[in-house]
Design a protein around this ligand. Structure first.
Ligand code: NCD
Length: 342
């Protein structure tokens, strides 16, 4: 059971399946004329962003509003207070105002966990330093499962700037928990020093593995985190590690290309691949809202012992309730009484 969502490692396969199933049930709200359900009415969620973000911040805000929560957006950009102090002071202020959940993005790894020591509110990690980005991993797992019909046994390459990537750290763990095979691909300079302990294969030959892939997941080259030069030139990087149409054609027909965004078009992914049929990058964004709705719902939506009625239900057939994760939540996904469509 979870009260906070800090790391993918805190979840097991049953909980991940439960979140994905719940998201599946919530996804159709986005195509209704009125995109709102009252399940978090009266709950207050604060988006506390200490680091730049476009899609994650907007995605959480859309998810919160679709569930009818009251939303506070706090952007710490430009604060002159030192990070530790300002985070604690801000946490205590939010606590005093009675917020029910805090979504936090912070450049320091571990900041979300620290926050849980100061507040009673549920804490959702929206990305901390190089450490974790659990909702990104969940939306990626959702998107892969939606396209491929399963996660177990899939052959996934995660390619590029692994060393600076919280997305890679979270997604590797999520994929391994769900039984997929993962290979990290990229220049040796962009692989983490402790990669041997990651339970993945490592390759420096992208071309050699393309024909066997189900998923090629491209990471953004994170220039803002590079104090030194990690590869000779952008052109060289694109030539050896960039996904272009020639490489896409070597991949199996059913294979998909993913990217968490924001993309450096022409560097890790060419513009024509980004817009190709096999690229599911826009689906990732769409699914991000549903997955974040599911996380918020499962963490906040069921403080009574029965759980509120689900707005549109899950994928398993039957009744109309979604039990929460956390204090009153069940441990396993898929129990018919827990995730069921209306
Ligand atoms: C990622 C992030 O911020 O960690 N983006 C995102 O959340 N959509 C990846 C990145 O910035 O490259």
């Amino acid at each position: 059971m979870i009260d906070d969502l800090l790391s993918i490692e805190d979840l097991d396969a049953g909980m991940i399946t439960r979140i994905l199933d719940t998201a599946e049930g919530l996804k159709d709200i986005a195509v209704r004329p009125i995109k709102k359900v009252p399940v978090l009415r009266g709950r207050t969620v604060c988006n506390l962003f200490y680091e730049d973000s476009t899609r994650t911040r907007i995605s959480f805000e859309v998810a919160e509003k679709r569930l009818s929560a009251d939303v506070i957006n706090f952007s710490a950009k430009g604060s002159s207070v030192s990070k530790g102090e300002s985070l604690k002071d801000t946490a205590l202020t939010l606590q005093a105002m009675g917020v029910d959940a805090i979504v936090i993005r912070h450049s320091s790894s571990g900041a979300p966990r620290r926050l849980t020591e100061w507040v009673d509110a549920k804490v959702l990690n929206a990305g901390d330093g190089w450490h974790q980005h659990p909702t990104q991993a969940l939306l990626d797992l959702f998107t892969i499962r939606e396209r491929m019909g399963r996660l177990e046994g899939l052959n996934v390459a995660i390619c590029g700037d692994v060393v600076h990537s919280r997305v890679a750290r979270s997604l590797v763990q999520g994929l391994r928990i769900m039984g997929a095979e993962v290979t990290l691909v990229g220049p040796p300079t962009l692989m983490p020093a402790q990669v041997d302990s990651w339970d993945v294969a490592v390759s420096h030959d992208l071309d050699g593995m393309l024909a066997d892939l189900d998923v090629c997941y491209l990471l953004r080259v994170q220039n803002e985190r590079m104090a030194e030069q990690f590869f000779p030139s952008v052109r060289e990087y694109a030539r050896i590690w960039g996904m272009d149409i020639d490489r896409l054609e070597v991949m199996p027909e059913h294979a998909i290309v993913m990217h968490p965004g924001p993309m450096n078009r022409g560097v890790e992914i060419s513009a024509d691949v980004a817009d190709a049929e096999q690229a599911v990058i826009v689906d990732q964004v769409t699914n991000g809202v549903a997955v974040r709705m599911a996380c918020l719902y499962l963490m906040l939506g069921g403080e009574d012992t029965t759980g509120p009625e689900t707005p549109s239900g899950g994928s398993k057939g039957g009744g109309a309730r979604v039990a929460p994760l956390g204090k009153h939540g069940g441990e396993q996904a898929g129990a018919d009484s827990e995730v069921t469509p209306a």
